[in-house]
Design a protein around this ligand. Structure first.
Ligand SMILES: *Cc1c(COP(=O)(O)O)cnc(C)c1O
Length: 354
């Protein structure tokens, strides 16, 4: 095994998927498993499917192309609204996409016509998080334009909350989405097949029994991979939080002062650091840095270890309370979603499936 590395436990991911698929299927909600957090790794994608996910979603077309080329059998959707410059790949490889710009959907329509394919479109509605989506008052006008486009299958509407604005999913915003779907059905006499209620931060509404009827789909990444509710950062009931773990190797252990010696200027990232003088401290350095990982999202498995900070290539730990740590020791961390996505995308971090 080389370090730093992440180990990916497929059994635990399968358990998490089955668990959340069960919550959802009890309420007739389908799960679109989101593969972006694991950079579209095929084996993990297959585990999501084994666990009961009916569809996959990813925000990067590169991951979707790799999954399709690997022969993944379920529909795959592009989650990030497409760039105009990628519509041909989107139509060629993805079965559908989330969208918010009529101009882009027109380009998808033209490309789909060229490829003689049908492309499914879920129109995103912005219910206050202020990331992607048309505002509720513009939904009907937008739908009227989409439904007449050739080679476009208007599949339904969706929303994304808890990302930019950190707006929590609630009975009220979910009900607005369901009501909009009903209005579309009434106005145009069409069936809105999919009402995509959101991401892992919507799950607890379901668990607490306050999700309105009419939501048909959840798009789940963090919940199935890390068993975490992003809106509260609390574990989801009956799931594993350690399906993916980071392992790092110690390259130095020394007793040093806790307060730097000399005049303090700016650190390697242009910040002026503040230090507390705690006297001499047993400090370990592991070979991992900000270039590999969002350090704030690391949680040492050994609770006696504290993270002091990091530069591009060095992570500094206070190991005063763990006498057994020496050069060559392996130190493990649990991960936040932010840490996970950065580690998965780093070419310096090895990935092992177990
Ligand atoms: C990433 C993403 C998701 C998945 O979010 P999680 O919080 O990881 O469940 C869902 N929808 C969209 C549009 C996304 O970009």
């Amino acid at each position: 095994m080389g370090f730093p590395c992440v180990t990916i436990d497929l059994k635990k991911i399968e358990h998490n998927t089955k668990q959340l698929v069960k919550w959802c299927s009890d309420r007739q909600i389908e799960v679109m498993a989101v593969t972006k957090g694991i950079c579209g790794l095929e084996k993990v994608a297959r585990t999501f499917i084994k666990g009961g996910a009916k569809k996959l979603g990813d925000s990067r077309i590169e991951n979707i192309i790799a999954l399709k080329q690997a022969g993944i059998p379920v529909p795959i959707y592009l989650l990030r609204i497409p760039m105009l410059s990628e519509v041909e790949d989107v139509v060629r490889w993805a079965d559908g996409s989330l969208n918010s710009e009529v101009e882009v959907i027109k380009a998808l329509s033209a490309a789909a016509k060229d490829f003689d394919k049908e492309h499914k479109v879920i129109l995103m509605v912005d219910l206050g998080d202020l990331r992607e989506g048309v505002l509720p008052e513009n939904v009907l006008d937008t739908v009227s334009e989409i439904i007449n486009l050739p080679n476009i299958d208007f599949e339904g509407i969706g929303t994304n909350l808890g990302c930019y604005g950190a707006v929590k999913a609630s009975y009220d915003n979910m009900k607005s989405l369901v009501d909009l779907a009903k209005e579309i059905e009434k106005t145009f006499g069409i069936k809105v097949k999919t009402v995509s209620g959101g991401n892992s931060s919507t799950l607890m509404l379901l668990k607490e029994g306050v999700l309105p009827k009419g939501i048909t789909q959840f798009r789940l990444g963090e919940g199935i991979i890390l068993g975490n509710d992003p809106s509260t950062s609390k574990p989801l009931p009956d799931t594993y939080q350690d399906a993916i773990v980071l392992k790092t190797e110690v390259i130095e252990v020394k007793i040093k002062p806790s307060y730097p010696i000399g005049e303090i200027g700016l650190d390697a990232f242009g910040n002026k650091p503040v230090f507390e003088d705690k006297g001499p401290m047993r400090r370990a350095i592991v070979a991992l840095g900000k270039q590999d990982c969002r350090i704030e999202g690391l949680i040492p498995v050994d609770k006696s270890i504290d993270i002091l900070g990091a530069s591009s290539d060095h992570l500094l730990l206070d190991v005063t309370k763990s006498n057994n740590i020496k050069v060559g020791s392996i130190i493990e961390f649990n991960l936040s979603y932010g840490a996970l996505i950065s580690l998965m995308a780093s070419k310096y971090v090895k990935k092992y499936i177990i």
